[in-house]
Design a protein around this ligand. Structure first.
Ligand code: GDP
Ligand code: MN
Length: 397
């Protein structure tokens, strides 16, 4: 689950990570009130107004602007709220901005060129360990840094048994070229950042930029935070931060009914039980010359009601030209699944306008095949994997 910058910063701050302070606002009036409150709390008289959308590169797209007084706060906020913000990370038409973060200006005027760093915490899948990736080249696109100056990106791997050790925190501060008080501040910063990452069950922290202020404070100016969905059950407060407006509507609907659905770009819808079989089915579709339109794991039960819900979700995608159902009947018998498919199909009437290929394998597969073949519906049955692939190919031609 991805979070907005202001929510990510809230989580960081709750673990003692130093952040650029700010308050979220939905209207220009709220923005002005937020700015006044920030002046009281921090003494700042300049503010940055930052669009809150689930995409980076907002600065480049005009979604981050400096305001030097309350009039400018009001006018910039009214400009940004409601705009469709286009950045390198949004769809071409942009994303609507519903709220802005009013933050204290931490790039003090007149000070020397600020030092911006890049720090992320993430899982290294190759070693199965958490790592901190960091660079002196903050404020820039990290992909560009990786391409052009890979030697300026460092990593620090962390042993889960010991956590981040003090010498590792010092090495990070050293490699970032820091000394004196800023060095100490940075070791504190990365230590609390790591603690926040582990305790919030996050799968990604990306802080770009981390800022060294002219008075040697180290602050998170931006925060991209993703929480591991599988850990949300123990973080009800984070779950409440979910912004459904930022998510794919069909995926939201699927989650509500307990289906594991991921929207993809292709033309063959798939309905499968088990994530591993779903992955194999997607390969199968590709091999047959199609492209999967989705990943859908219906889980253990495949009765008529569930099959119907799954069909309806898949058919919301206008690109779907065929549906491949690939179910292994172990505990749930194939003939029951077949009956579910036939009942769902009949129940849905003309809602189904595309051919359906059904491959059922496992207990009572032969009875299931007869059931499908004798149903009189436009459902093609298959028993073997290859047979299913061939039938997909046939209907796509
Ligand atoms: P992103 O473009 O979506 O990654 O948004 P960021 O939060 O990283 O902000 C983009 C840029 O805005 C930063 O790289 C900074 O250069 C600038 N910025 C952020 N906060 C401040 C601030 O307090 N004062 C000034 N002057 N610039 C800021
Ligand atoms: Mn950023």
């Amino acid at each position: 689950m991805n979070l907005h910058e202001y929510q990510g910063k809230e989580i960081l701050a709750s673990f003692g990570v130093q952040i650029q302070r700010g308050l979220v606002a939905q209207t220009p009036e709220e923005a002005v009130a937020a700015a006044k409150q920030l002046t009281e709390e921090t003494g700042t008289s300049w503010f940055v107004i930052k669009a809150q959308i689930h995409a980076g590169g907002r600065g480049k797209g005009g979604g981050v602007k400096l305001a030097k007084n309350l009039e400018e706060v009001a006018s910039i906020a009214s400009q940004i709220i409601g705009m469709d913000l286009i950045t390198p990370q949004t769809p071409p038409e942009g994303k609507p901005v519903h709220q802005v973060l009013i933050a204290e200006d931490v790039y003090y005027p007149g000070a020397s060129e600020p030092d911006e760093y890049y720090i992320s915490v993430l899982l290294n899948r190759a070693s199965g360990r958490t790592m901190i990736m960091y660079s002196t080249e903050g404020g820039m696109d990290i992909e560009t840094v990786a391409e052009e100056t890979p030697h300026l990106i460092f990593t620090e791997e962390i042993d889960p048994a010991t956590g981040l050790l003090p010498f590792q925190a010092r090495r990070i501060a050293f490699n970032l070229g820091l000394s004196g008080n800023a060095f100490k501040e940075m070791t504190r910063f990365v230590t609390s950042l790591y603690k926040a990452y582990v305790n919030s069950d996050s799968s990604l922290f990306e802080i770009n930029p981390v800022l060294k202020t002219s008075d040697d404070k180290i602050l998170a100016v931006d925060a991209k935070v993703s929480i591991d969905d599988n850990a949300l059950f123990r973080h009800k407060d984070y779950e409440a931060m979910r912004d459904l407006r930022e998510e794919n509507p069909v995926e939201v609907e699927a989650r509500a009914v307990g289906l594991n659905y991921v929207d993809l770009d292709g033309n063959v819808g798939c309905m499968v039980n088990g994530a591993g079989l779903a992955m194999a089915t997607m390969d199968l579709i590709k091999q047959a010359g199609g492209e999967p339109a989705n990943f859908l794991d219906v889980g253990g039960t495949a009765d008529a009601a569930r099959v119907e819900t799954a069909f309806r979700l898949i058919l919301k995608d206008p690109n779907v030209k065929a549906i491949l159902v690939n179910i292994f009947g172990g505990i749930v018998r194939c003939d029951r699944v077949a009956q579910g498919i036939v009942d769902a199909y009949k129940n849905m009437g003309d809602a189904i306008q595309v051919p359906i290929i059904v491959r059922l394998q496992g207990t009572n597969a032969d009875i299931a095949k007869d059931l499908i073949d004798n149903s009189g519906l436009e459902v093609h049955s298959a028993v073997e994997f290859q047979e299913a692939a061939d039938k997909v190919q046939e209907v796509l031609l």
